[in-house]
Design a protein around this ligand. Structure first.
Ligand code: NAD
Ligand code: UD1
Length: 337
């Protein structure tokens, strides 16, 4: 099947492209390169043997999307394109709503105009807000606490409305928990510009001595070691969840939101320990104040993904850390930091 991946040169898009190609699909990547680099295409060629077609464009350019959907005979779209930094979204809400919401509307218009009505959307566990109970299942009430989260929530509502308006639409929102890790080749992975916002890339940079120490945001949470607990999911598991979602949509129309997580939570200090095991040396850290807006514990109930998509996470925490470390070392060797 020919599949368009918006935001396809980004972290999750590039790994999903690798998996879809392995499964025999054809993929076309579209990205405005605002948070990724086109050199990922050469790396994907080394990994898969394919020169993947790439369109350098913004998803808000509806006409280009329409042309791409038609000319590549696209059957389904996975919509990764969007901005994702929570802090930045509170400073630049208009930019976030424009990229994320306007971008999605533009995509829906192009899909409607070309009668391509199968869509997988990158949503986030952030739509649950502060957990009322754990593990988080899809029936948990939703609540956004920042413009990034609100953009995901609004998009989910728009997608639900669109699916209700016309029975031909087949749409899944995948609510990702915390994607980490890298492709087993070490060629592609997460390499944020500037100071990483998220735990794993920050630990990776401390491990490779680009940063002197990790700041652990709070050790007074109601958790066994006092640090925050999250559901970290290996990027290759997350990527294969998209292939499973597309298979499901072959049989099912309408709209549904599904968690992609492991169901297992790890604390910040457990993550530090696991990474030390992977890299073979100590990760210096000190305890810092809590990060504003953080919650204590968040992990998924992944049962719906298992029941409907026949998908479950299989990679271990050790594999998550080992692949991140391999990717980090290869970045160093190639001097691409
Ligand atoms: P990423 O930044 O690596 O990838 C997103 C890609 O979209 C980038 O390559 C960027 O250049 C592109 N892009 C952004 N705005 C665009 C636009 N208007 N037009 C075209 N391209 C555009 O991020 P990622 O981690 O791969 O995330 C992919 C999606 O998954 C995002 O929608 C994100 O919100 C969502 N998500 C990510 C996480 C996570 O922790 N990584 C968690 C939950 C949800
Ligand atoms: C982030 C996003 C959230 C998104 C989720 C899943 C932010 C603020 N929130 O949250 O919207 O849905 O990822 O991808 O980016 N930590 C440290 N030191 C650090 C960085 C993090 O101690 O330098 C701690 C945090 O306090 C938290 C844990 O590590 O307890 C994980 O943090 P992070 O990787 O940012 O993920 P989330 O908080 O889940």
């Amino acid at each position: 099947m020919n599949i368009l991946l918006t935001g396809g040169t980004g972290y999750i898009g590039s790994h999903t492209a690798a998996i879809l190609l392995e499964l025999g699909h054809q993929v076309i990547l579209l990205d405005n390169l605002s948070n990724s680099n086109s050199n990922v295409l050469a790396k994907l060629k080394t990994i898969t043997g394919y020169q993947i077609p790439f369109v350098h464009s913004d998803v808000r350019d509806t006409q280009t999307l329409q042309d791409v959907l038609k000319s590549h005979d696209i059957k389904a779209v996975i919509h990764f394109a969007g901005l994702k930094a929570v802090g930045e979204s509170t400073e630049q809400p208009i930019t976030y709503y424009s990229n994320n919401i306007q971008g999605t509307i533009s995509l829906l218009q192009a899909m409607q105009a070309t009668s391509i009505k199968t869509l997988v959307f990158s949503s986030s566990a952030t739509v649950y807000g502060e957990p009322h109970y754990l593990p988080l299942d899809e029936k948990h009430p939703t609540h956004a606490t920042n413009p990034y989260g609100r953009s995901k929530l609004h998009i989910e509502e728009i997608l639900s409305d669109v699916a209700q308006s016309d029975p031909e639409w087949r749409i899944i929102s995948l609510r990702y928990f915390n994607p980490v890790g890298a492709h087993p080749s070490g060629l592609i992975g997460e390499n944020p510009q500037g100071i990483p916002n998220n735990l794993m890339p920050y630990i990776a940079q401390v491990a490779s001595r680009q940063r002197s120490q990790l700041n652990v945001f709070g050790n007074d949470y109601p958790t066994p070691d006092g640090t925050g607990i999250r559901d970290y999911i290996h990027i290759m598991d997350l990527a294969s969840g998209h292939a499973a979602a597309l298979d499901y949509l072959k049989m099912q129309s309408g709209y549904i939101a599904i968690n992609l997580g492991t169901g297992q939570g790890y604390s910040v200090l457990e993550m530090v320990k696991a990474y030390e095991h992977a890299c073979g040396h100590e990760i210096p850290y000190s305890i810092a104040p809590r990060r504003s807006g953080d919650i204590a514990i968040c992990y998924a109930n992944p049962a719906l993904a298992y029941d409907l998509l026949n998908w479950q996470a299989s990679y271990t925490l050790d594999a998550m850390c080992a692949s991140t470390w391999k990717f980090q070392q290869m970045l160093h060797q190639n001097n691409t930091i």
